[in-house]
Design a protein around this ligand. Structure first.
Ligand code: PLP
Length: 384
């Protein structure tokens, strides 16, 4: 794309940065299955690429597009969201102190409590929605990383990225944001002061529930970033070329999907607020939601396609509700074109802090009237 005529992010995404294959004129990039790259007669790498455990043109295309959408300096795609998130921590040194939120994706919480701690990181959980609490726990010179997930999985709590970046930087730490729920459509953490942005690209970036992938985008090409890249190339946590190609294809429709999903989630959240079968709707776009004011400041054009409901009657009522749904599918994961529900406490097990009455809902691209009617039919005291 012509840098003299910068286009809007949705245009950059739809055209995959204006890619046209130089050899053929094809407007869709080819898949490069090659694991290795030729050297010339002087033993120099012809393309600068060595081996696909580190480099592949198919990684570079989604990386370049996401770098543009996040306003960062570089991106690395990984074989999963977990391998992306863990690389950010494995790039630190044993003994480093890190602050993590109390509410975050449960498998990552387990990894932090188990593996990261065993490896020697000093992991401390704090209420990330309260920057003063974070300021009280951050240790200047010792804390190397503050990790935040916003909106957080599964209670949708919102944390203030700008305030947390000031706290982290004041102590000499990096701020990393898991922005999976917000997507670059609604939030650009780097513009708010974050140093790193991570996505489970399995979710909205790919958007079709057919690729497991992750990304990390950096604001600066610093030493920590070099270590993140080294973790990836040494551990080999890269995507297959076909998965990388599918990811780029999904990213081309990111804006139209996420904007529609956010509109539908807002409509569903408003419809079920005050419903007799629902104790509470957890959605950052609702005026009464505790993080709504921060969400208004740091999210643009919508509040995302994820919401949770707390069903009146506790865990059995929540399980009864999802058992009666016919349009929403009962399955783990989120961010695809089909609407999914999950009773998170059952999945997370007995240690889970998630309330047993909570049902997490990922709004897809179906007719919103069908989704609402399905919920009405399935809820205790339903109005349909
Ligand atoms: N971060 C969030 C917020 C998630 O919801 C998930 C998965 O559900 C992950 C990270 C992990 O991503 P993946 O499943 O792609 O490894």
């Amino acid at each position: 794309m012509n840098p003299e005529h910068p286009v809007k992010p949705a245009t950059a995404a739809a055209q995959a940065l204006g890619y046209v294959d130089p050899g053929t004129g094809a407007i869709v990039p080819p898949i490069h299955p090659s694991t290795t790259y030729e050297r010339d007669a002087d033993n120099k790498l012809v393309s600068g690429r060595l081996y696909s455990r580190a480099d592949n043109p198919g990684y570079e295309q989604p990386e370049a597009l996401l770098t543009r959408l996040e306003g960062g300096a570089a991106t690395a795609v990984f074989s999963s969201g977990m391998s992306a998130a863990t690389a950010v921590f494995l790039a630190l040194r044993p003994g480093d102190h890190v602050l993590v939120p109390r509410v975050l994706y449960w498998a990552f919480r387990n990894w932090l409590a188990g593996w990261a701690t065993a490896w020697g990181l000093r992991v401390e959980a704090v209420d990330m929605t309260d920057p003063a609490a974070v300021a009280a726990r951050v240790r200047p010179g010792e804390t190397k990383l503050v990790w935040v997930e916003t909106p957080a999985n599964p209670t949708l709590v919102v944390s203030d990225i700008a305030a947390l970046s000031a706290v982290a930087h004041g102590a000499g730490a990096l701020l990393a944001v898991d922005s999976t729920f917000a997507t670059p459509v609604h939030t650009q953490p780097i513009a708010l002061g974050a140093d790193l942005v991570m996505h489970s690209a399995t979710k909205y970036l790919n958007g079709h529930s057919d690729v497991v992938a992750g990304t990390v985008t950096t604001a600066a090409l610093n030493e920590h970033w070099q270590a993140v890249k080294t973790v990836r190339s040494q551990a080999g946590t890269v995507l297959g070329p076909f998965e990388a190609w599918l990811l780029l294809r999904g990213m081309r429709t990111l804006f139209v999907r996420v904007e529609a999903q956010s509109r539908a989630a807002q409509a569903i959240a408003e419809h079920f607020s005050g419903h007799p079968g629902i104790e509470a709707v957890l959605y950052p776009g609702l005026e009464g939601f505790p993080g709504h004011g921060i969400a208004l400041r740091q999210m643009r054009g919508g509040f995302g396609g994820m919401l949770s409901v707390r069903v009146r009657g506790g865990g059995p009522a929540a399980l009864g509700f999802i058992g009666k749904l016919r349009v929403w599918k009962r399955a783990t994961s989120l961010g695809g074109v089909e609407s999914l529900v999950e009773h998170r406490a059952s999945i997370e097990g007995p240690q889970s802090p998630t309330p047993p009455d909570l049902v997490r809902m990922s709004v897809g691209l179906e007719d919103v009237g069908d989704l609402v009617a399905d919920m009405e039919r399935a809820l205790p005291g339903g109005r349909a």
